[in-house]
Write a protein that binds this ligand. Sequence first.
Ligand code: HPA
Length: 237
Amino acid sequence: MSTPHNRAEKGAFAKTVLMPGDPLRAKYIAEKFLDSPTLVNDVRGMLGFTGSYKGKPVSVMASGMGMPSIGIYSYELYNYYDVDNIIRIGTAGAISEELHLRDVVLAMSCATNSSFARQYRLPGTPAPTCSFDLLRTAYECAGRMKKSVRVGSVFCSDVFYDDSNSLAEWKKLGILAIEMESAALYLTAARLSKNALCICTVSDCPLTGEECSAQEREKSFDDMIIIALETSADITR
Ligand code: HPA
């Protein structure tokens, strides 16, 4: 069995998949943190691996950047590969003044400027929301690791180089950070009765121009990866 974007055999993915945006990040996670990682997909370089963490099977596969990309890969993982849980692990730009470089955000819900939800032809606006079970488990895992995390709403944008300068408006609504994938992931999970969570590390502050160095990114990324892996080991479904 394969899809246009995934050559893995049916059953090649674990019930929980961690999804960084970058394929090389997926390889790094598989090689550094998983036991016996096996490459299961490399179509378009979108590397996917399955191995185990603390004795439990877990997969890691890249999503690419932006909502159309994660929309494709998450749909196929849920719908064709019987994946139950997708935990996106990525970077975000801080919007709230209370957030600082390297802080970790658990995205409970997302605002978005995307038209992704138009496909559902709703007579109103949906509210892309994470899985409560994944959120609670990730929050508890972070607590055990003594890693403080912020929980709240993010702005999921279709545009990286954005002429609209709208971040100050989103800030007024209490939005914590900006990223580009959560809304499509949460809507896809909702439509297919599956579970999703987006965990983000703050890599930059677009309103002040602050940015992490490559080394700082790596260290803070590792904390987030461990929160996601501990969550995968703890959840019961
Ligand atoms: N914008 C959108 N996505 C991001 C950003 C940003 O500034 N930083 C990290 N992901």
